[in-house]
Design a protein around this ligand. Sequence first.
Ligand code: GRF
Length: 229
Amino acid sequence: MTRLQPLKEFPLEPQHNPPPPGARSARPPLRLGILLSGRGSNFLAIAKNIRSGALPNAEIAIVLSNIADAPGILAAQQLNLPTKIHVSKGRPRADHDRDMLATLREHKVDYVILAGYMRLLSPEFIHAFPNRILNIHPSLLPAFPGLDAQTQAFEYGVKVAGCTVHFVDEHLDHGVIILQRVIPVLETDDAHSLALRILAEEHQAYSEAIGRVASGQYEIQGRRYVRTS
Ligand code: GRF
């Protein structure tokens, strides 16, 4: 992740679109707990896709942040979504994560969605949601894990780049891969333009991955995510 600037491309109105009376879904919607620390453009893309129906069978149960004035949490408040802030600064990770877990349980969250959450999770947190925590990373993992992935990729001189949505395990940017999206690196790119084009892919890829998981039609075989329909 690198030099995050506010984005203005998600003009959502602060309203909810409840399903029409009598509407039934075969499966109850997946309740998502969104964790973010910053800009929140991936969260807003997910919120927009849920609202438009492009991401069915999912709802945002709670948006949680470890940073009090994260733009993403302010955007969630403006959308009248449930929000909670547990400031992490100066607190031991295990204590902070226990508070986060309590809030996620209180809101009956099924899946945790890391959307620019800039803090490693404790083992206790990860074990509380086994293969039910998703992350998006702005590189084609396992290449370029960690910070500034887009700049790492650009400076390495790769000819294709992209993003990865994966389950979270105990290791950084390492869990089972759900999907990846690939884009070419253009002769005219610099690290910033490449990061922006990767971000545009992220905004589609994350909802697509959540939709796949919400369908329940997958198995995990070793390190492989396998669709079963
Ligand atoms: C994204 O690049 C994502 O891949 C990484 O953190 C960034 C978050 O951006 N994990 P935003 O806050 O969703 O705009």
